[in-house]
Design a protein around this ligand. Sequence first.
Ligand SMILES: Cc1ncc(CO)c(N)n1
Length: 237
Amino acid sequence: MSLSQDILFEAQPYLIANEKHPFVQGIITGKLTPEQLSYYDEQDIAFEYNEVGVINALINYSTNTNQALLFHKRQDLQLHMLHDWLAREPESMPHNWQTLKQTTIQPINQMYRQHMVATIQTHSVLQILPSFAAGEWMYIELGKWMRNQTRVQEQPFKDFLNIGGGDFEGPNGYIQKFFDIIDHEAESATKREQEQAKQTFLKSCLLEWYFWDAAYKQITWNDWKDIALNGKDNAML
Ligand SMILES: Cc1ncc(CO)c(N)n1
């Protein structure tokens, strides 16, 4: 079994848990509040901006030119996605590069972002790529699964997780190429390095669930502070 097959086998329960999360269910039923959507929107755009740094590292530590070109192409897509995203929803939530860089990174987002950037110091594509590829894989799989669900046909729910299949899916899509790179790099890695790469992927899958959860409950540092300093009920966390 290749490393990517092994990873994907172990990631299945995480995919199912993500499908069941009330935020994801709320996308299907259109039952998320504007506040939940806006928390997600703000945190996720900042999350995607953080990925720019992770993709830069992938370009930097590529082990051959084809890898570097692929990551460079993915970076171009990332920056275009961010550009289009910043141009959307201008009235309900003004977005721009300045506000994006000043957004407060809430607890789970911070944990997830740091989980990803912590892999950069390994200087190893095998360790960095799974941290990033897991989220991409999760969104692609959730998008495929959504197509079989009877979902609300109103914006913004209609296009949520309806990610550009062409670029990401199929034998020539990014995600397959990322798994091919993981398998290629695994060939020259130790068992321990392979296991580390797998655990990094699974940790990202887990943090995907918590990212939905944080948006569903709109968890902020103020909530953490209230619980710690004022002894407020911590059932919500
Ligand atoms: C939290 C998160 N994970 C993955 C993706 C997919 O790019 C996203 N937009 N946000």
